[in-house]
Design a binder for this molecule. Structure first.
Ligand SMILES: Nc1ncnc2c1ncn2[C@@H]1O[C@H](COP(=O)(O)OP(=O)(O)OP(=O)(O)O)[C@@H](O)[C@H]1O
Ligand SMILES: [Mg+2]
Length: 364
């Protein structure tokens, strides 16, 4: 018998082992908790939620979750846990507070969810970012470990196949080997998400990189996609890191393929030279020009509104099996190359645009 169960038995013998009633636990919990029904109406709130929302329990009960938080949360998934980080919760007043929100289904009440809010003190968003990156560092190390072992097996198998392959198949086995080598090299780099070594940057032909990523996508996850290219043929070389750029584009194409689903759709890759595109850097060199624009555009529905501002944060995902790391890696790899990435819904009809702004390689 371990220590805890021994103690429980002693308490039982004394008649003291009454479980605290659930309502008492909920009300004493120092974390704001709400219970929400399938239509988004709040059915219950604990004392910490009263304090956070600055409303009495009876005023909160019956409110819509959208009205209580100022976010379109009514549509969050009902069957799976859901997390949204760093929401700006609007309070009556008008005041607002930043909070992380976690929601989980109540299995015996279909459509109902228990919603927990973690409010940040005023400095917390920065702390959470650092925390998020640390957590991502752990996840990257774990992934690296899980991926590197099978990679060597895949490479070996491709090499064996190559020995008896005809010319056409050899092209495919070479693609496997090249991709395995590229991913292995990337993993070495990512093993610390916090790796501060500067990337070795050089002049890159972005069109060759886009074509390579596209051919990987078409042979893997992109068979339902119709690709369109709108390239500027006179584009100068980008100053960047080839393997990282390929990975960035593959991550964006994978998301586009997932957004388009089985029905498929169109992905448009565009490149353009934009005079006057700049960003202010915090380092000593003041302003840096980012004149090369690369867009990955899909005609899917776009990201859910409640996470649209946090897509690049680690672990933000709307997918059942999503890790929420694809775009966090994209942002990290682009930042390592001095570039920028942004998400937008643009055009008529609206399409999803992931836009990369990159530096150009200077002529020697
Ligand atoms: N092209 C897109 N269209 C619509 N939503 C998108 C698109 N790209 C990203 N998103 C949204 O951004 C979220 C985060 O994307 P991210 O790539 O970081 O993680 P993920 O795809 O969910 O998981 P994984 O770690 O496997 O990539 C997605 O879950 C999705 O909601
Ligand atoms: Mg992804």
């Amino acid at each position: 018998m371990d220590y805890a169960s021994g103690r429980l038995a002693r308490l039982r013998a004394r008649g003291d082992a009454r479980p605290a009633p659930a309502e008492a636990l909920l009300s004493a919990l120092p974390t704001p908790v709400l219970v929400v029904d399938e239509g988004g109406l709040i059915l219950d709130a604990n004392a910490a939620a009263e304090t956070l929302l600055n409303l009495s329990r009876s005023a909160i009960i019956g409110m819509g979750i959208d009205d209580a938080t100022g976010h379109h949360l009514r549509t969050m998934p009902t069957e799976t846990p859901f997390v949204a980080y760093d929401l700006e919760v609007l309070l009556p007043g008008p005041r607002h507070v930043r909070a992380d929100m976690m929601a989980a289904p109540l299995p015996d009440w279909p459509g109902w969810r228990v919603v927990v809010l973690h409010a940040h003190p005023s400095t917390a968003p920065i702390a959470r970012r650092a925390g998020g990156n640390l957590a991502a560092a752990g996840a990257a190390a774990l992934l690296a470990h899980e991926i590197k072992n099978p990679l060597s097996g895949i490479r070996g198998a491709a090499q064996l196949l190559e020995a008896n392959a005809d010319a056409e198949s050899r092209e495919l086995t070479k693609l496997i080997r090249d991709e395995v080598d590229r991913v292995a090299a990337l993993i070495d780099r990512m093993e610390g998400f916090t790796d501060k070594r500067p990337l070795e940057l050089g002049p890159q032909n972005i069109h060759a990189i886009l074509e390579h990523a596209r051919s990987v996508a078409m042979r893997g996850f992109g068979e339902n996609i119709v690709f369109k290219e709108v390239y500027d043929p006179s584009l100068p070389p980008v100053l960047g890191h080839r393997d990282s750029l390929v990975q960035v584009v593959i991550n964006l194409l994978k998301n586009a393929a997932e957004a388009l689903g089985e029905k498929g759709g169109t992905v448009t890759l565009t490149t353009a030279y934009r005079h006057g595109m700049r960003m202010v850097t915090e380092g000593g060199d003041g302003r840096r020009q980012l004149p090369i624009e690369v867009c990955v555009i899909d005609d899917g529905p776009g990201a859910p509104a409640e996470i649209a501002e946090h897509l690049f944060d680690p672990f933000v995902s709307s997918k059942r099996d999503g890790r929420g790391l694809g775009l966090a890696l994209v942002e990290k790899m682009i930042a390592d190359q001095g570039g920028m990435v942004e998400y937008a819904r643009e055009g008529q009809p609206e399409r999803t645009v992931f836009r990369l702004l990159l530096p150009r390689a200077m002529r020697k």
